[in-house]
Ligand binder design. Structure first.
Ligand code: ATP
Ligand code: MG
Length: 394
């Protein structure tokens, strides 16, 4: 396994000081699969205080759990002391973390065999649970007794499905059975942690495996609205990798009110909640003219391309064609801000109160119908003569 220079240095330095160090977890798995790892996590027999003594630049990122971040060559690496987890009494986290000087203990507390392989250049692979075979055979298998492991930390059930979707692995039967049997325990996990795993699954190359999550019974506890077979989940992975778009596709038939309720329940950020709600609301707008495209843009603003992609996936309409229309209107005026006249122009012309807003809106609608007429002269002329019909909000 070819490791970055700085990782080799860290492992050597630990060794020189009488400690063991191994890269472990996702980076080993990714490497075996021929993928470039996102980051390198290091497990070590050194205690956090030893790590801080040995390395010059460290940050206390998770001392409580035995993690110290070491900065080397302007990159950061998490060094975590070998640990075994204490008793779990809440299906969430261990009551206490116990450090150990044995790598095998540390590997045993990990979730899946593919994630429980360690490596260092001197000793080679340490693979006590057959993780390499499982990777070769594309299998997600719990380390130890899967049922016990899911009862310890119920989030592992979602991680099983998430990894199966990201890596395109099958969940081994015993592990899947344990997952189905214990699905209900997911209700003990915070919605933020659930959301994180759910979104990774939806953003993966095999988002259709969302159906495994649904069929397992887990979604019943945080997203009872979604059903297997109701939506063509295979479409998801063909959509752009934007979680708002993919989620809007999943929620498309529920109406914008429900989409809003669900995204709020997931305790998402306000902008994303607004975007998904708006996408579900606007997906039925008919785009049969450039004027209609401008109206869509005036409602959807920066997420117009996402609404178009959603529409195209639902209707089977050519996305290229929508995008071509969108490009044509992209620089046209579609907001009051971009309109050549404003409130003070209307006040000067003698308009008062509500009349100002309604005339501005009708001027905007006029400018969206005739983009070449977005000039002060043309619009004032329109507003004075004909701008009295009510502007329709869509
Ligand atoms: P990714 O590429 O998504 O980061 P990863 O395997 O690195 O994948 P992380 O969530 O970063 O996943 O966790 C790092 C490692 O820590 C895992 O590979 C696994 O060994 C262990 N781990 C993480 N979460 C758990 C958990 N809930 N239970 C047991 N082991 C876990
Ligand atoms: Mg990771």
């Amino acid at each position: 396994m070819k490791l970055p220079e700085s990782v080799v240095h860290i492992l050597e330095k630990l060794n020189k000081n009488g400690f063991e160090g191994y890269v472990v977890g996702g980076c080993v798995r990714d490497h075996i699969m021929g993928k470039t790892p996102n980051d390198y996590d290091i497990a070590t027999s050194a205690l956090p205080e030893d790590v801080k003594k040995i390395f010059n630049h460290t940050v206390d990122t998770g001392i409580k759990h035995g993690t110290v971040t070491v900065i080397a060559d302007r990159k950061s690496y998490e060094l975590t002391t070998y640990r075994i987890d204490g008793k779990y009494s809440d299906n969430r986290h261990p009551d206490e973390v116990i450090f150990t000087d044995r790598l095998s203990g540390d590997l045993s507390r990990r979730d899946f065999t593919a994630n429980a392989i360690a490596y260092n250049p001197e000793k080679g692979y340490v693979d006590i649970f057959g993780g390499r075979d499982d990777i070769k055979n594309k299998i997600i298998r719990g380390v130890g007794d899967p049922e016990k492991r899911f009862r310890e930390d119920a989030l592992r059930m979602m991680r099983a499905v998430r990894f199966s979707a990201q890596l395109d692995f099958e969940i081994e039967k015993n592990t899947l059975d344990a997952l189905i049997k214990n699905a209900e325990l997911i209700k003990n996990i915070s919605i933020e942690r659930i959301r994180e795993e759910l979104f990774k699954l939806i953003l993966s190359n095999h988002a259709e495996k969302l159906e495994i999550l649904i069929n397992s019974g887990m979604t019943k506890y945080f997203l009872p609205e979604i059903e297997a077979g109701r939506t063509d989940y295979a479409v998801l992975s063909a959509l752009s990798r934007d979680i708002r778009l993919r989620l809007a596709y999943i929620l498309k038939d529920m109406g914008s009110k429900k989409a809003n309720e669900i995204t709020k329940r997931l305790k998402w950020d306000n902008k994303s909640i607004r975007d998904v709600t708006l996408m579900v609301k606007l997906k039925n707008m008919d785009i049969d003219s450039l004027y209609a495209m401008r109206r869509l843009k005036s409602c959807a603003e920066d997420i117009t391309p996402l609404v178009l992609e959603l529409k195209s996936a639902i209707e089977g309409h050519s996305l290229d064609e929508y995008n071509e229309m969108y490009r044509t209107v992209k620089n046209d005026c579609t907001s009051l801000k971009a309109l050549a006249i404003d409130g003070s122009d209307l006040m000067e012309a003698g308009f008062k109160g509500r009349e100002i807003g309604s005339r501005l809106n009708s001027a905007l609608d006029y400018a969206m119908q005739h983009p070449e007429k977005n000039s002060k002269e043309e619009l004032m002329d329109y507003v004075m003569k004909r701008g009295d019909k009510k502007w329709q909000k869509h």
